[in-house]
Each structure stands twice: as C-alpha cells, then as structure tokens.
Design a protein around this ligand. Structure first.
Ligand SMILES: [Zn+2]
Ligand SMILES: [Zn+2]
Length: 225
C-alpha cells in the first residue's frame, strides 16, 4: 500500500474512533481536507477508503457502517462494535449497578410502541443492584455523549449507534418493528393499523401499501411524538 494512502486512512480512522458517529456530509468534507493535505493518485473515494478500512476493523470487532438517521433521513457513518453482546462490550467501563441500569434502559427504549422513556422516568428505573438518581443522571449524560441514546421532546430514545450495535438484540424481540421500505428497525415512525399486522414504516420512508398485509397504508405513530 502506498504510504500516502496509509496516512490518509489513518487520519480517517482516528476521527471515526474519536467521534463514533459522523454525518456523511461531514465525513466527505473531512475526506476532502485529508486528500488535499496528503495528495494521492489515483484519488481514493471515501467509500473505497471505508471498505478498505473495514477489512482491518472487523478483525478487532469494529465496522464503519453507513446508516440513515430514521427521523431526519440524513446519512451517517457509524463506527460500531460488531462483537457479540454490544452492551457487555462496555462492561469493563461500568460498575455492576451501571451495567444493570444500561440493560434496563435498553429494554425500556426497545419496547414497542413507545420506544422511549421520559427523562424523569429514566432516573427512577428500578434495577438490581440499584443506582442512585445522581449516578443515573451522570450515566445518562455519558450515554448521550457516546452517541448511544439521544434526547427527543423530553424523552430518551436509542440513537443510531445503539440501533446499529444492538440490531440483532432488538430484533430478537418478537414485537420489534421492521420498515417495509428500507428494512431497518423502526423505533420512530408509524405502524400499520391493520388488525394483528406488524407492518411499519419510518417517517422518511414511504409506501402506498403495507409490506406485511398488502392493504393501503394507514399508519399510527410509534416512538416519541
Ligand atoms: Zn425505512
Ligand atoms: Zn399491515
């Protein structure tokens, strides 16, 4: 590999490691800046650089994925943990009480059809061993900073990074909702009003008919409204 190519990819991976979630437009701008400082011929595209980086990153349990923010539709580059239990991955950084709290929080945020918890209720989640409100407040702030949860209209929701890393875990819930247009999980959007139907759509995705029951689309909101 040419030295210039390695230097450019290293600069990119350092930003991803530091920020974990970067809007694709920012990543493109950043890649342009890196490319102007370390010129290379032929110029490698951002997509090619991410693909190349992923062959190394997957070996250490990480992967750069391009996902869409389900509320805004904006494309994001997420550096996600790919190994096993994504909650346990952070376990070394948490005390037993904090880990129990994170698990309870994820279960509350992954539960249909609310897919959210009010910021006040989040402080009172009962867990064993218990976590003080002060400690819960600090932990919630930390999870927001790490791009795991986000605050939306006075409620906490799972952020794109958590949706990425917990995809398999959240889908193991038989009530999980999958978008009939883009097939990603729906925690903010609409679900089909058809009786017993689990069809769902993101707000930014659209279909004339429900992918699950085939009826004309009539949706009712899910997630924080
Ligand atoms: Zn969708
Ligand atoms: Zn339906």
């Amino acid at each position: 590999m040419p030295r210039t190519q390695r230097v450019r990819r290293q600069a990119l991976v350092q930003v991803l490691l530091a920020r974990r979630v970067v809007p694709l437009t920012d990543a493109e701008t950043l890649w342009g800046t890196i490319a102007s400082k370390v010129p290379d011929e032929p110029a490698e595209t951002l997509a090619d650089a991410l693909t190349a980086l992923n062959s190394d990153l997957t070996q250490i349990g990480l992967e750069a994925r391009t996902v869409r923010d389900q509320a805004s539709g904006d494309a994001l580059v997420v550096l996600a943990n790919t190994r096993g239990d994504a909650i346990a991955e952070g376990a070394t950084a948490y005390t037993g009480a904090e880990l129990a709290y994170v698990r309870a929080l994820v279960d509350a945020l992954g539960a249909p059809d609310a897919f959210s918890i009010s910021t006040t209720d989040a402080l009172s989640l009962s867990t064993t061993p218990p976590l003080s409100k002060r400690a819960a407040s600090d932990l919630l702030r930390n999870l927001v900073q790490r791009g795991w949860i986000a605050e939306r209209q006075g409620k906490y929701v799972l952020a794109p990074r958590a949706l990425c890393e917990l995809d398999a875990y959240l889908r193991s819930d038989e009530n999980a909702l999958e978008c009939g247009s883009c097939y990603e999980l729906v925690t903010i959007g609409e679900r089909c009003t058809g009786e017993g139907c689990r069809g769902a759509l993101h707000t930014v995705c659209s279909r004339d008919t429900c992918a699950a029951c085939g009826q004309a689309w009539h949706g009712t909101p899910v997630g924080p409204s």
